[in-house]
Unconditional design. Structure first.
Length: 120
C-alpha cells in the first residue's frame, strides 16, 4: 500500500463519500467515488487502489456483490463499515457504522496487514 499518498476506493453513501474526499484531501490522499458496484469494479481494475472501503449498510446487496468480487481477487486491505454482524465472518477489517471519517482515515494510515475486528 502507498502509505504516503494512498489511493482509496470508497463505495457507500454519496454524503459520506464527499466528506471522506474532503478529509483525505487535507492529507494529499486520493479518493475514488463510484456511483454503483459496476463502476467500483471498473475503477478498481483501472486504478488499482491501495485500499477499498465499503460502507455496507447503505446498499447491502450491492456492497455484498462488490465484496465478493474483490475478495475473489484477494484484494487487501478491504475495510467494511457496517453494524451488520454478517461481516464479522469475512476476512476483512470490519469497523462500526458510526466510525468517524477521521478515525477511518487514521485506520487507513496505520493499515499494514488485513485484520478482523469485532463490533463490540
Amino acid at each position: 500500500m502507498t502509505t504516503e499518498h494512498p489511493f482509496i476506493l470508497f463505495f457507500g453513501s454519496p454524503e459520506r463519500g464527499q466528506a471522506l474526499l474532503k478529509a483525505a484531501a487535507t492529507r494529499d490522499w486520493w479518493v475514488y467515488l463510484p456511483q454503483d458496484a459496476s463502476e467500483a469494479l471498473g475503477m478498481y481494475v483501472t486504478w488499482m487502489p491501495d485500499v477499498v472501503i465499503i460502507e455496507a449498510d447503505d446498499q447491502p446487496q450491492a456492497a455484498a456483490e462488490l465484496f465478493l468480487h474483490l475478495r475473489s481477487i484477494r484484494h487487501e486491505p478491504l475495510i467494511i463499515v457496517s453494524d451488520d454482524e454478517q461481516w464479522l465472518d469475512q476476512a476483512a477489517v470490519v469497523l462500526p457504522a458510526d466510525t468517524t471519517i477521521a478515525a477511518l482515515l487514521d485506520h487507513v494510515a496505520t493499515q499494514d496487514e488485513p485484520a478482523l475486528f469485532s463490533l463490540s
